[in-house]
Unconditional design. Structure first.
Length: 244
């Protein structure tokens, strides 16, 4: 997302180094591109960890590309916030074009030369398209709150922090006004996202320690439900744009 603030710290780099150490044998053994998701609650450090992981991979001469879930929201940020305030039940995975994001992950790991993806311009509250060349990409890192639900990834990293633990980090990013309504949104997201921990191959703790984890479930069934939900929201969004 254009205009986002990403502040990579030593804790992110240490965690990324350990993640790459764990995943490197699988990445090297994989016949083709490798996909990693980085999920967790708002402000947990997903973007920073993704950037740090890409930097460590580059040191191993492994080309990495980052896709941000924030670019795949159906509506741009201020419009999405207004829709939430009109009806808080709009909060959830259906706000995001997870189906498109998963299709792009699939295209990348199957050798696509380019993808055409949405790009959110935060300051202008608009969504444009961009074409990403994929030459030199060996690993795609897909980060965002709901990315653990994606089907077309090889490994899932989950940052195990709650919205209450990440309050300071969220305030530093200053992307959203801090108010009671936002806390209600974050509580709803928490109730959804904390269950995704069960799907992860790697858990990153609140102190950014890294723990290899055996997934307790697969997200496929859950994601199938969210696919239909997000398509319904996309249809509504397209109708709204046509009226405009």
């Amino acid at each position: 997302m254009r205009g986002d603030k990403i502040l990579v710290q030593d804790k992110h780099r240490r965690a990324a180094t350990e993640i790459v150490r764990i995943l490197l044998p699988s990445i090297m053994a994989n016949n083709g591109r490798y996909a990693i998701s980085v999920g967790g609650e708002s402000g947990s450090g997903k973007s920073e960890l993704a950037v740090a992981t890409a930097e460590i991979l580059e040191k191993h001469r492994i080309g990495a590309l980052i896709l941000q879930q924030d670019d795949y929201f159906v509506y741009p940020p201020r419009t999405n916030d207004a829709r939430r305030r009109e009806d808080i039940s709009n909060v959830g995975p259906a706000e995001v074009r997870l189906d498109l994001l998963d299709d792009h992950a699939k295209a990348i790991i199957h050798g696509a030369k380019t993808i055409e993806k949405p790009l959110v311009v935060y300051q202008d509250n608009r969504v444009m398209n961009e074409t990403l060349p994929l030459d030199g990409v060996d690993v795609v890192i897909i980060e965002g709150t709901y990315t653990t639900l994606l089907e077309n990834v090889h490994s899932r990293v989950f940052i195990d922090q709650t919205y209450e633990q990440t309050r300071h980090a969220r305030l530093k990013r200053n992307r959203e006004p801090s108010d009671r309504f936002l806390e209600r949104v974050l509580k709803i997201e928490h109730d959804i996202i904390f269950t995704h921990r069960d799907y992860a191959d790697i858990i990153v703790t609140a102190s950014f320690a890294v723990i290899a984890h055996t997934p307790e479930a697969q997200p496929c069934q859950s994601f199938a439900n969210h696919r239909s939900l997000s398509k319904g929201v996309i249809t509504e969004a397209n109708a709204h744009r046509t009226k405009i």
